[in-house]
Write a protein that binds this ligand. Structure first.
Ligand code: ATP
Ligand code: MG
Length: 230
């Protein structure tokens, strides 16, 4: 579905060049949870931003269903970002003056999605909290609103940058379970960046980055399901 071929990303900072990614190759498959691990500064967010069309590689090719993403002009890249990609961030990025329901509805509208926004909130178990404002919700609840908001775009690719980075371990597992369920039951591919090495056992594919390079790629034939003990 997604193929990264020899991706390099360099940032120019003053007269210094920072190599964020070098010669990165991997594929992302639908119906899968891909987990990206690596130390701070190893290039995880850079990789996710390039996947999501928020940034462009310095060199290399990215294809989405055989479409060359790196060759798109700005207008078409915006459409890709809007129509294909859903994003979930560590600190939720909800609009504070809108209720949970309104935060989701705005994303649905942007993509002309007539599905009821309530249903997206129900799917993450938040039917009781729909009319609350973000500051009336817990961290885990806010993250569930932000997942519902991303889903309201009907993304083919759901990109999550440390979605559990600010949450306790029980709540983190709940969020992981929701993401795993999306990957297993819909045709949305889910990619999650995390610092939590425990999540490795729950992903279908594990990509490890080190100093901007791929350290390893491993496929789990039988990933652990959240809720199962192992
Ligand atoms: N916009 C930018 N301008 C210059 N350098 C950047 C920029 N974005 C990232 N970098 C550099 O690229 C490297 C990779 O950064 P990146 O944010 O991808 O790391 P990360 O793996 O997500 O780290 P963390 O776990 O801390 O979030 C770092 O050295 C960082 O300083
Ligand atoms: Mg990061």
């Amino acid at each position: 579905m997604i193929k990264f071929s020899n991706i390099n990303k360099e940032y120019q900072v003053g007269n210094q060049v920072v190599k964020a990614l070098s010669q990165v190759n991997f594929e992302i498959e639908p119906h899968q949870l891909t987990v990206i691990l690596g130390p701070s500064g190893s290039g995880k967010s850079t990789l996710l931003n390039i996947l999501g069309g928020m940034d462009r590689p310095t060199k290399g090719d990215i294809s989405f269903n055989d479409r060359q993403i790196n060759k798109l002009n700005d207008h078409d890249l915006t459409s890709y970002r809007r129509e294909v990609v859903g994003f979930v961030f560590q600190f939720y990025n909800l609009i504070p003056s809108l209720t949970a329901l309104e935060n989701v509805a705005i994303a649905a509208q942007l993509n002309n999605n007539d599905d009821l926004s309530e249903n997206y909130l129900k799917s993450v178990g938040l039917e009781e909290r729909m009319n609350n404002f973000p500051n009336q919700l817990s961290g885990g609840e806010m993250q569930r609103v932000s997942i519902a908001r991303a889903l309201a775009k009907k993304p083919k690719l759901l990109l999550c940058d440390e979605p559990t980075g600010a949450l306790d371990s029980t709540t983190s597992m709940k969020i992981l379970g929701i993401l795993q369920n999306i990957a297993n039951t819909t045709d949305t591919a889910v990619v999650m960046v995390t610092h939590n090495p425990e999540f490795e056992r729950y992903g279908n594919r594990i990509i490890r980055l080190k100093d901007g390079e791929i350290e390893s790629i491993n496929d789990n034939e039988q990933p652990l399901l959240v809720g199962e003990t192992g």
